[in-house]
Design a protein around this ligand. Structure first.
Ligand code: 5GP
Ligand code: ZN
Length: 112
């Protein structure tokens, strides 16, 4: 499939990885909106939150178990924000499920 984040997950396009295991990958956003801006993706293609079902529960649970580990490693002691844009109204620009981790400053009520 011609999907940017599938290619990043496969290593076909380089990324600044901060975490990787068999099922998920976390890497730095190429256009950071905060001092720390990391994207967490499943390696398998899922279009967005809108496509999630009970069948993905373990995967999503795993992502949310790893996010706090990344936050600790990144020194986000003041807190952080998780964002997942879903569909055009939310401005989703890459149609592969991803969770933004934003932190390292006091965040506004905009996404970052
Ligand atoms: P969305 O707008 O879909 O919620 O988020 C997509 C994010 O992917 C954006 O924050 C954008 O900066 C990031 N992004 C787009 N292309 C690349 C890329 O090639 N590499 C990395 N590391 N991030 C990317
Ligand atoms: Zn994909």
């Amino acid at each position: 499939m011609d999907c940017l984040f599938c290619k990043i997950a496969a290593g076909e396009i380089p990324s600044a990885k901060v975490y990787e295991d068999e099922t998920i990958l976390a890497f730095r956003d190429i256009n950071p909106q905060a001092p720390t801006h990391i994207l967490v993706i499943p390696k398998a293609h899922i279009g967005s939150v809108a496509e999630l079902t009970e069948a993905n529960a373990a995967l999503v649970g795993h992502i949310f178990a790893v996010i706090p580990e990344i936050a600790v490693r990144e020194g986000l002691t003041g807190g952080f924000r998780i964002v997942s844009n879903c569909g055009p109204d939310a401005g989703q620009s890459v149609p592969h499920l991803h969770f933004h981790i934003l932190g390292g400053k006091e965040l506004s009520l905009e996404m970052a």
